[in-house]
Ligand binder design. Structure first.
Ligand SMILES: Cc1cc2nc3c(=O)[nH]c(=O)nc-3n(C[C@H](O)[C@H](O)[C@H](O)COP(=O)(O)OP(=O)(O)OC[C@H]3O[C@@H](n4cnc5c(N)ncnc54)[C@H](O)[C@@H]3O)c2cc1C
Length: 412
């Protein structure tokens, strides 16, 4: 059991959820609490969502999360060390550098791995993930060195056409590299967009010089005589010359510590938590992308932060509950505003939609409505997402005006 008001709190993972948890806990905790945060990256918590800036002239230090709580005398941050094992009986963890740390309450905030497709050549020099500062710096250095070596413009392929893939394609362009996005699904951002919206986003990307191949799969990556990537083979047998490959094909929860300690893990990955972010061991909580609540994993920051807030509250005797926030997104990808919110793909039975599409201007606005044709369930906006903030607030409410007036262009 977690003691009421535990004094030794150990947080594994020094990422975005961890820093939020510490900040929240310190606003409520007693003077006697001691918090140890241990992370395996060689730096303190930083803002992953700004990774792209490293390709636009930004420095790694600029991404550091300003978190005064981490400087509090009750907090110790250990960087560049990895927790390898949890001993639940002794309430200790053991680390790569042979530290043994005791806890009253353990918080697992270990995030996720970037997945790669299991094809021959996926580990060759020139193949990258897009998740950490190390990934970004490795990619930048490779591009610099490879460019000098081959003395010609480089070609890049991004495998995975979700929001992260489109961001990675933008990062390649930032470095002056021709980018192709390869997507197995029949459209880009298939979890957020319907077919027409996906096609309009594709047209936007193509207009900016990013090539898109949907409905195909990478089957092999070949090295040249130096061992670095030189070509990629697709499902239909065709080849494309390539120097850099970035995989953005999804996340896999880092749940191995829990799994090895016999803490319940969901069959599809993620440490199973209840509405209080408690795992199957009452002394262990899990938050952020490592956790699985009601069979779903947090994929966006809002969920990771909501879990951090709940876990902090629980440790000081409050009883907040985690209710998954709407994982809606409004992003600017390769210069295109794209927003998707609520039941954007109209999965609710008998949902109807009202939409406006102008593929030439690259604009698409769709509202998904309940059977009554007035209650807003969700929507998609491409090209101009300025209405996102106000529409998102209206999800679940009756639209006052004629729903069509929200999507049609202003008269005149
Ligand atoms: C490029 C990119 C862009 C994104 N953009 C957005 C966006 O625009 N909007 C949005 O809402 N979300 C975005 N996200 C998602 C968001 O960044 C994540 O939801 C958030 O980082 C999750 O926080 P976390 O603490 O669970 O995981 P992380 O931030 O990944 O932190 C986990 C940390 O734990 C460490 N760790 C793991 N295992 C151990 C161990 N055994 N011992 C010690 N340390 C360990 C990891 O190395 C890592 O540092 C983006 C993600 C990426 C990669």
């Amino acid at each position: 059991m977690i003691e009421p008001f535990p004094t030794e709190i150990l947080v594994v993972g020094a990422g975005m959820a961890a820093q939020r948890f510490v900040a929240q806990l310190l606003t409520r905790a007693s003077a006697s609490v001691r918090i140890t945060v241990i992370g395996d990256e060689n730096r303190g918590p930083y803002d992953r969502t700004r990774l792209r800036e490293l390709f636009q002239g930004g420095a790694a230090e600029d991404l550091a999360l300003p978190c005064a709580a981490l400087d509090d005398e009750r907090v110790e941050v250990i960087a560049d060390d990895r927790v390898l094992r949890i001993d639940r009986g002794a309430k200790t963890v053991r680390t790569r550098s042979r530290r043994v740390l005791r806890y009253d309450a353990l918080v697992l905030a270990t995030g996720a791995y970037a997945a790669r497709v299991a094809v021959e050549g996926a580990g060759l020099p020139g193949c990258f993930s897009y998740r950490t500062i190390d990934d970004a710096e490795g990619l930048r250095d490779f591009v610099r060195d490879r460019g000098r070596e081959v003395q010609r413009d480089l070609r890049g392929v991004v495998v995975g056409g979700g929001p992260l893939g489109l961001e990675a394609a933008g990062a390649l362009q930032d470095m002056g590299i021709d980018a192709t996005v390869v997507q197995y699904a029949d459209r880009l951002m298939e979890a957020q967009l319907d077919g027409t919206a996906g096609t309009i986003v594709k047209r936007h990307l193509q207009a900016r010089g990013i090539a898109v191949r949907t409905g195909t799969r990478v089957t092999r990556i070949d090295p040249d005589e130096s061992g670095a990537v030189t070509a990629i083979e697709f499902q239909d047998g065709s080849f494309q010359r390539v120097d850099v490959v970035i995989f953005t094909v999804g996340m896999r929860a880092r749940d191995e510590l829990a799994r090895n300690a016999d803490i319940a893990v969901h069959p599809y990955g993620g440490i199973v938590v209840d509405e209080g972010c408690r795992t199957s061991d009452p002394a262990v909580l899990a938050i952020g992308e490592a956790a699985s609540f009601a069979g779903r994993r947090a994929g966006r920051l809002a969920s990771a932060y909501a879990m951090a807030d709940v876990a902090a509250g629980r440790l000081v005797g409050e009883t907040p509950s985690f209710a998954p926030p709407d994982e809606s997104a409004a992003v600017t990808l390769a210069g295109v505003d794209v927003a998707s919110f609520g039941d954007a793909l109209a999965r609710t039975p008998d949902a109807v939609d009202v939409l406006y599409a102008d593929p030439v201007a690259g604009v698409y606005r769709k509202l998904v409505l309940a059977e009554d044709a007035h209650t807003l369930l969700g929507g998609i906006l491409v090209g101009d997402a300025s209405a996102y903030g106000s529409l998102r607030q209206l999800v679940g409410a009756q639209l006052g005006a004629d729903p069509a007036s929200y999507v049609l262009p202003a008269r005149g």
